[in-house]
Design a protein around this ligand. Structure first.
Ligand code: ADP
Ligand code: MG
Length: 321
């Protein structure tokens, strides 16, 4: 079976938040310490990302929009050692195929400006040097419905993007994030590296002040994070964030283990606000099970869940007594 078949195909242009996710992950992979996201009409009109990362060489900037031109996977072995967020080399190609892209990038040696339409490079020229990348994607979702429905759509789409950027900021406390919708700033983090400070920026200082730390470890997994006590809960699971080796993932089993660990204290239908970081040998995790890279397969899952239950239970019990 060819390697390509083992790599699930990506559907990356489903909604504005999906595009923001791919672009911001590229900025993170490029080692950025500052990432600014500016949306017009919830990203339905345009999405602009400015970072201060490594940038691209002129050659790479011209090729970045070709499918798999830059895939970081060389062999099957690599699939188990993925540390970067992107690895299939198809996000930019998929986005560019259905939009207008303006890219400005500089690796500190050369600066390049490129315009791409329908996946083809239309113009390119040398540009100013200032290390980083500035990419604007527009005209992706030009098929807009009637006004009233459109306004509702705007609310829904901006909600998805806020949730996404919140989670990415939580996953990367050392990166300063700024999310703006037109003139309105929706999130700003300092990049200080302090997770509690990011939690304060995202959920408010009242929540952050009430979060208690937890930790546990066994031979395979190390688990730590912050959780709210039962009096500070939400009616939705959307405030539960799981990071495995720094990657935000959706894990029903981990969420369930957290709820089990707290269940004698939690009111029915209420969920904690929690950030749970799990670290393991990358060989124990496989992120290539879903195109969104948001679901992860872990070996020795029982060990992970045991550490989660132990860490959360001990911290909550101690804080309550
Ligand atoms: P992948 O992230 O899977 O490698 P993408 O299509 O998302 O594929 O990006 C293609 C390539 O373009 C990346 O591998 C990277 O080399 C380059 N690139 C994209 N965005 C940036 C950025 N913000 N800064 C530096 N390089 C970037
Ligand atoms: Mg990528």
């Amino acid at each position: 079976e060819p390697l390509a078949n083992k790599i699930a195909a990506g559907e990356v242009v489903e909604r504005p938040a999906s595009i923001v996710k791919e672009l911001v992950e590229n900025s993170i992979d490029a080692g950025s310490t500052s990432i600014e996201i500016t949306l017009e009409e919830a990203g339905l009109t345009s999405i602009r990302i400015t970072d201060n990362g490594n940038g691209m060489t002129t050659t790479d900037a011209m090729r970045a929009f070709e499918r798999h031109a830059t895939s970081k996977i060389v062999n099957e072995h690599d699939l188990f050692r993925i540390r970067t967020l992107g690895f299939r080399g198809e996000a930019l190609a998929s986005i560019a195929a259905v939009s207008k892209v303006h890219l400005w990038t500089s690796d500190g040696i050369s600066g390049t400006e490129v315009d791409i339409e329908g996946g083809k490079v239309i113009t390119h020229r040398a540009a100013a040097l200032r290390q980083g990348t500035d990419i604007t994607v527009s005209q992706v979702f030009f098929n807009t419905p009637a006004r009233l429905k459109y306004m509702k759509t705007i609310q829904t789409e901006i909600g998805h993007t806020i949730d996404l950027v919140n989670r990415l900021a939580i996953s990367h406390p050392a990166i300063a994030f700024r999310l703006a919708h037109g003139q309105q700033v929706l999130l700003k983090t300092s990049g200080s590296g302090d997770l509690l400070r990011v939690l304060s920026d995202v959920y408010g200082i009242a929540v952050a002040k009430k979060m208690i730390p937890f930790q546990a470890e066994n031979a395979d997994y190390k688990v730590c994070g912050y959780v709210t006590l039962p009096e500070m809960t939400r009616a939705s699971k959307n405030y539960m964030t799981v990071l495995i080796n720094g990657r935000w993932v959706k894990s029903y089993p981990v969420n369930k283990a957290v709820l089990e660990a707290m269940h004698t204290y939690l009111p029915i239908g209420r969920f904690p606000i929690i950030v749970l970081q799990a670290e393991a040998d990358p060989y124990l995790t496989d992120v290539n099970v879903h195109p969104s890279k948001q679901y992860i397969k872990v070996s020795k899952e029982g060990e992970l869940l045991a550490a989660v239950r132990e860490g959360v239970h001990a911290a909550v019990k101690k804080a309550i007594i």
